[in-house]
Design a protein around this ligand. Structure first.
Ligand code: AHR
Length: 554
């Protein structure tokens, strides 16, 4: 039986039917008087501040993500800013990206940061970690890393889009000293060290001020096959006495795969054993969860269990959401275990890889490894996941959707001069309004939905979401997961009245709908003003939809 760890090992070693469709074209912003559900916003029950960083991204040096997706080169015909795709910069600026993780992923533990600095024409070409998974006609840049996008170019990209860089260090194949040196290269003051001079010679005299540092990636697997105890010792060695250069450094430990409670417990006990003061070196604990198993319980095999990105039926739709909903219990479960050793919860969760993972076959650019086309299903999945993070702001300090462009749950697809925003990208643009808000409790009552899972009746919630307050503005996002039924809801805002508002809706009459290079606007959000109601607001959430209500309170 193949697991993700084996898959990754194998990858580096070896090489629509519309079963369900619905017609709800008249259901964009419908109105109704009969309600079947209730959403009550408890303004007096704050949960915590929503860290903007939970709307973060992940860009690994993997196939078409960096080379073609982000980097086209300064001499390219594709419009670019210093080699970085201009269309991507322009789009990302509209979604307020807080942070981008780079260069991996599994790639990180094979990367020598020194290959990506200095004059671009002198940089070495190296075999990419993912090279053996590339198809033979894949561009050379996907197999043999040209190192044209290195530390400076990545940090420059982050500056252009207004995000903070999050660099993942190599723990498997470089010594701790190289980690200190990478930090020195990035953060030592102008003119202070040889590495600062090298940075200045490349046109970056000012410190790059990199705060977020990942200490390895998936150290239980591609990051070194450590036991949690071994990794705890490595983590302490890498983070002990790191020079600060006046810059706050936030170290992120390589956390569990899905429900690997032993990994979290073993690591936290290992740190506590050395002294609880060591938790001060650990800012975040990374959790990875991909929703991939659509086999309806038939297999746990990493290859056999996957579904198709474009060809799926209503049951596959619900199964994907069910896999994604596990995120909530993973957050609360790991949080509880972390609290056994760190009762003050000084360490927060960082979900630095999340999203659906389908089998190959739907690539927008044939041959791009791990690329899949996001549909309305992935938009609903992403809205649901971001709502989960919003509901746990005291636990989740950062999250990074895997991955930004030309990969798994991508916000954007690009190839040469072609570019489009996916339905997932539109969800990020809608949900940006939550960033930095005060999360408040939303009590949601809606009929549970049921579906036939190969002979057994299975249920899933009928409406869910999250709410945050920004001064007088209440931002409410709600997901209706039903492929067929609208939800007619009464929205009750305790102790407040609505003065004005807007509603933004993302849905489509076909649950398989997606955007492409040829048809970039099949799934796009629509916004309209809300007339202030005399009493409670009554709102219809169409089937298979993500809705954002921004309500200004009197
Ligand atoms: O996102 C693709 C891969 O998934 C990452 O490189 C790795 O960390 C995870 O297994």
């Amino acid at each position: 039986m193949l697991g993700r760890r084996d898959f990754l090992r194998q990858t580096v070693k070896s090489s629509a039917a519309l079963l369900f469709s619905k017609k709800f074209s008249n259901l964009l912003f419908p109105a109704s008087n009969v309600t079947d559900s209730r959403v009550e916003i408890l303004l007096d029950e704050p949960i915590g501040t929503i860290a903007p960083e939970i709307y973060g991204h992940f860009a690994e040096n993997l196939s078409g993500v960096i080379y073609d997706g982000i980097w086209v080169g300064p001499d390219s015909k594709v419009p670019n800013v210093n080699g970085i795709r201009k269309a991507l910069i322009d789009e990302m600026r509209t979604i307020k990206p807080p942070v981008v993780r780079f260069p991996g992923g599994c790639f990180a533990d094979s990367y020598d940061w020194r290959d990506g600095i200095g004059p671009s024409e002198k940089r070495p070409r190296r075999t990419n970690f993912w090279a053996d998974g590339e198809q033979s006609p894949a561009p050379a840049a996907h197999k043999f890393d040209p190192n044209q996008l290195g530390t400076n170019e990545f940090v420059h990209f982050c500056k252009l889009i207004g995000a903070q860089p999050y660099l993942a260090a190599n723990v498997r194949s470089l010594p701790a000293q190289e980690f200190y040196r990478w930090i020195e290269y990035c953060n030592s003051p102008t003119g202070s060290t040889t590495l600062a001079d090298l940075r200045a010679a490349a046109g970056y005299p000012e410190p790059l001020a990199v705060r977020f540092w990942g200490v390895g990636n998936e150290s239980w697997g591609c990051g070194g096959n450590f036991t949690p105890q071994e990794y705890a010792a490595e983590f302490l060695r890498f983070t002990a006495w790191v020079p600060r250069y006046g810059q706050t450094l936030s170290f992120i430990g390589s956390g569990p795969n899905v429900a690997d409670w032993n990994w979290t417990r073993g690591f936290f006990e290992g740190l506590a054993h050395k002294g609880r003061s060591h938790f001060r070196s650990l800012w975040g604990w990374a959790l990875h969860h991909y929703a991939w198993n659509l086999s309806r319980g038939r297999t746990q095999d990493w290859v056999q269990g996957k579904g198709d990105a474009l060809n799926f039926d209503a049951v596959d739709w619900y199964e994907l959401l069910r896999e994604g909903q596990r995120m909530e219990s993973l957050i609360t479960g790991h949080w509880q275990i972390m609290g056994e050793s760190d009762p003050d919860h000084s360490v927060k969760l960082v979900v630095d890889e999340w999203g659906p993972w389908y089998r190959p076959g739907s690539e927008a650019t044939p041959g791009d490894q791990l690329e899949q086309i996001p549909t309305l299903r992935d938009a609903v999945f992403s809205g649901m996941t971001l709502d989960i993070f919003n509901r746990h702001p005291e636990k989740v300090a950062m999250a990074n959707c895997a991955q930004l462009i030309n990969c798994l749950n991508s916000l954007y697809l690009a190839h040469e001069n072609k570019f489009c925003v996916t339905p997932v990208g539109h969800v990020f643009s809608m949900y940006a309004a939550h960033q930095g808000g005060q999360a408040v409790r939303a009590a949601i009552n809606a009929p549970t939905l049921h579906y036939d899972r190969d002979g057994s009746t299975t249920s899933f919630w009928g409406l869910n979401g999250s709410a945050s307050l920004h001064g007088k503005d209440l931002v409410l996002t709600l997901v209706n997961p039903s492929v067929g039924d609208p939800r007619e809801s009464e929205i009750v805002i305790r102790n407040a009245k609505i003065k004005s508002g807007t509603a933004t809706l993302l849905t489509h009459s076909d649950i398989h709908a997606h955007n492409s290079f040829e048809q970039g606007n099949v799934v796009t959000p629509q916004t309209k003003n809300i007339k202030p109601p005399p009493g409670n607001l009554v709102w219809t959430f169409p089937p298979a939809s993500v809705t954002k209500l921004v309500l200004t309170l009197a």
